[in-house]
Design a protein around this ligand. Structure first.
Ligand code: ADP
Ligand code: ASP
Ligand code: MG
Length: 822
């Protein structure tokens, strides 16, 4: 089950609703869906205005007639001809009720929060009926669903709190026997007497998350009018870009601070039920948007986003007598809490001489009054001064989960503001260091946002630099994997080969002469003339891809990491170190976190597993996640290209098979346990899986085939296994990394699949093709997996690891536009 929520911004016109219907239709084709909608764009604001007008005794009828016309026109264009009249009459029932309630408000000259909720509820009740009708017209069985029968709240009208338990019960009971697609009203709910309540402005997002949690949805998609959550409010910062992934905490901080895109309470049900939230653009359905999960993928460091609250007021309590006087803060917050005034930001200097708080402008007068009366005695005694109020201020929040690991972020923020002549009035940094907040004058808000955004994200001459790729060195460039890397990098969108190095024998010669070029594409001209450097050479390129032999790799790679390079290695030398990620980007992207404990100042080493391990582990990962792995038996049939250049002699391999590959079986067994292990404080806790490997060299040029038997911890059917394989997607797909396959795993149902010649090039050599899944008399299931050993298993796999490391800013000195748009 998937929940799709469409905001008012996606439902502004009938034409936009047609778009939304298409998005829903294509989701329905993939599986069960529940839809949540907001009121049509601007309607909630119009209803608020109408209720104020009515309460003021002025004419509200024209405004209501306009809203009614808008919905009638929409009905005309959205509903099928057979249904138009019925739909119009049922929306008119809503307008009748609206008219009565507003009339009542105008008579008594007041619109209480309770009445106002009834008025506001009309927006969603109208839009949901129209979207349901539009879906039916296109042939989807859809029903209007009024959330007031499902979402139970208290009576805090305008901002009601949800009774989670009752709501979850009602939702699961209601959805248990519904086959039609439900179009649910967002934002609205009811108290225990059935009286209408609302969940707070923007609350439809919350409705969607409540549904997601109660129904155990695979994800909640929030469709809006921008490319997901952006690095800053796109209306204020033109350069803002979409963030491909965020953790729940990061989104919480960003949305807390007024980034309108998601209503903050939405996070809670999603997080407690581990349901990913995906924010997408209904104007651009092909774009993946922002995926929000528990995982912190922005491993390296740095600021993720900047947000702001447009308007706040600052209250400052000061006085010589405050120093050392206990309980002041408690009384201060207590008195505000008792009046339901929420505090946006707090800061207290260690001298205790003053405490500063930011509140919404609408509560500043009351706050000032209450605080002054609370401290009346102290004021009389001259211990505390009257509260000082400053208005016309904005809050800027700089947010990033891993900011705590990078010293100097705060310093950079302040120096940038200083350089731009922007005065900072107050500062607060949460102890989690997830968020540095500062208060600036309101007229400085936009320039402060822009200055900070530029400092962290934009580069001088951005356009030019975007075209200039990241200078990259290839070590061991003349060997078989090195050549593959050079040829793959010829038109890589992010990386450009500027240095190549190889053994003494080749050093000093042009690459064209030194490499016995053995690839099916011509040698890239830009690299052909480079002089081959000795492996001992110092390098200019910050990014180093190493295809060195293990005998020289260990020392060379360490030397380069120490010198500040990001080394992505294909050699075994550092693979099993406690502080080195053994990375398959789809499987253990979080292991990049190990880099923080490496002893290199600014540099890092990341390794690529052995080629047969990669194919095996990709096939195992979804099984391990879904069913748990207890034991694995694997027999490999490995291609000759795995033996490097010149490789196995023809006399040994033609008409033959060699049942021995030095060190291979041990590598498969130990590497698999590390890769599937859990990242913990201080290293990886290896997965407790029993693994037995037997490896054979066969007369195939490229493509390792592996016959695997698995014993599972929890029961599974063959269909379930195929489903988890086929549905497997992970960080590289979400981030759309240049070398990522769209489908990392392909299940092929043919009796004779997979075969090296037929399947090794699937997804440009990056997919694992699996076939022949069947019960195993010894274990639970057996199957055959095939992967390209020099692409996925070596050169292109390393490239994908490098892309992930760069996208995640593992090494701060290597930057690339973090939206991966290249
Ligand atoms: P909806 O009607 O779909 O619920 P909202 O208006 O609630 O949409 O939220 C989307 C708007 O949030 C965007 O149009 C954008 O202007 C604003 N916004 C503010 N900050 C951000 C941000 N950091 N990322 C994305 N959008 C933001
Ligand atoms: N329609 C409501 C509002 O404008 C709820 C929502 O859009 O999420 O606040
Ligand atoms: Mg919204």
């Amino acid at each position: 089950m998937k929940i799709l929520k469409f905001g008012g911004s996606s439902l502004a016109t009938a034409e936009r609703v047609h778009n939304v219907v298409e998005i829903i239709e294509s989701a329905v084709a993939d599986g069960p869906v529940a839809v949540v909608v907001s009121a049509f764009g601007g309607v909630t604001d119009d209803l608020i205005a109408a209720s104020a007008t009515a309460a003021g005794g002025d004419r509200y009828e024209d405004a209501v007639a306009e809203i009614r016309d808008r919905h009638h026109t929409a009905a005309q264009s959205l509903a099928s001809s057979g249904e138009i009249e019925k739909v119009k009459s049922s929306i008119d029932t809503v307008f009748d009720e609206l008219g009565k309630v507003l009339h009542g408000a105008s008579l008594v000259g007041e619109c209480t929060p309770r009445t106002r909720d009834v008025v506001l509820s009309c927006g969603e009740r109208l839009s949901a009926q129209l979207v349901a009708a539009a879906l039916r017209r296109k042939g989807t069985t859809a029903e209007f669903c009024d959330a007031r029968r499902l979402i139970a709240t208290d009576r805090d009208f305008g901002n009601a709190r949800v009774d989670m338990e009752t709501t979850a019960e009602k939702l699961s009971e209601f959805f248990a026997d519904r086959t039609a697609t439900q179009v649910v009203t967002g934002f609205i709910a009811a108290d225990e007497h059935g009286e209408t309540t609302t969940l707070g402005r923007g609350g439809s997002d919350y409705t969607a998350a409540l549904l997601g949690a109660a129904l155990g949805a695979d994800c909640v998609e929030i469709w809006t009018d921008v490319d997901g959550v952006m690095s800053a409010d796109p209306r204020l910062v033109a350069d803002a870009f979409s963030l491909p992934n965020l953790s729940y905490d990061e989104l919480m901080e960003l949305s807390h601070f007024g980034a309108k895109v998601v209503y903050p309470p939405t996070l809670h049900p999603a997080r407690t039920h581990s349901i990913p939230i995906v924010i997408r653009n209904s104007f651009k359905p092909g774009f993946t948007g922002t995926r929000v999960t528990e995982q912190v993928l922005g491993n390296g460091n740095q600021v993720r986003g900047i947000s702001s609250i447009d308007e706040v007021a600052l209250l400052r309590l000061e006085g010589d007598g405050m120093v050392g006087l206990p309980g002041i803060a408690q009384r201060l917050f207590g008195v505000l809490a008792s009046k339901n005034i929420s505090i946006i930001l707090i800061s207290q200097a260690s001298s205790e001489h003053s405490i500063c708080l930011a509140v919404a402008p609408s509560s500043v007068d009351e706050a000032q009054r209450e605080i002054d009366s609370e401290f009346e005695l102290e004021r009389g005694a001259g211990l505390i001064d009257p509260v000082v109020v400053e208005t016309d201020l904005s809050v800027i929040a700089v947010v990033g989960e891993a900011m705590c690991r990078i010293p100097g972020i705060a310093g950079k923020v302040f120096s940038v503001l200083g350089q731009n002549g922007i005065n900072v009035r107050a500062i607060a940094q949460g102890s989690s260091e997830l968020n540095i907040s500062l208060v600036v004058g309101r007229r400085n808000q936009a320039s402060a946002l822009m200055a900070i955004h530029n400092a962290f994200f934009a580069k001088p001459g951005r356009v030019e630099i975007e075209r200039q790729r990241i200078p990259t060195a290839v070590l061991g460039a003349t060997g078989s994997v090195g050549q593959r890397m050079v040829s793959l990098l010829a038109d890589h969108p992010w990386f450009e080969v500027v240095e190549v190095s190889a053994s003494q024998r080749s050093a000093g010669r042009p690459y064209r002469d030194a490499a016995r070029w053995f690839q099916s594409t011509p040698i890239p001209e830009s690299v052909a003339e480079l002089e081959v450097l000795p492996v001992e050479a110092d390098l200019e390129a910050r990014l180093v891809l190493s295809a060195l032999d293990a005998d020289v790799a260990g020392e060379t790679e360490e030397r380069l990491a120490r010198a500040g390079h990001l080394v992505v290695s294909n050699a075994k030398s550092h693979r099993m170190r406690d502080d080195v990620p053994l990375l398959i980007p789809e499987v253990n992207p979080d292991h990049l976190g190990l880099v923080a404990s490496q002893p290199y100042d600014g540099g890092a080493i990341i390794t690529n597993p052995n080629c047969s391990t990669i194919g095996l582990v990709l096939a195992l990962k979804p099984l391990h996640d879904a069913f748990g792995l207890e034991a694995v038996n694997v027999v490999t049939m490995q291609a000759v290209s795995g033996a490097g250049l010149p490789g196995v002699s023809s006399v040994e391999i033609v008409d033959n098979l060699v049942p021995f590959i030095g060190g291979e079986e041990e590598k498969i067994e130990s590497e698999t346990r590390k890769i599937l292990g859990r990242l913990e404080q201080g290293g990886i806790a290896e997965a407790g899986i029993t693994i037995s490997a037997q490896c054979n060299r066969v007369a195939v040029l490229d493509g390792h085939t592996e016959c695997v038997s698995v014993k599972l911890e929890r029961p599974a059917t063959a269909d379930e296994i195929i489903e988890v394989w086929e549905g497997f997607r992970a960080a590289p797909q979400w981030l759309e990394l240049p070398s990522a396959p769209a489908r990392p795993i392909i299940y092929d149902r043919a009796d004779t699949s997979p075969q090296p010649r037929l399947h090794r090039d699937s997804e440009s050599g990056m997919a694992v093709t699996i076939g022949r899944l069947r019960p195993c008399p010894l274990f639970d299931f057996k199957f055959v997996a095939l992967s390209h050993n020099t692409l996925r298993g070596a050169a292109k796999g390393s490239l994908l690891s490098a892309e992930l490391a760069v996208a995640q800013r593992v090494v701060p000195s290597i930057e690339w536009p973090p939206n991966g748009s290249g």
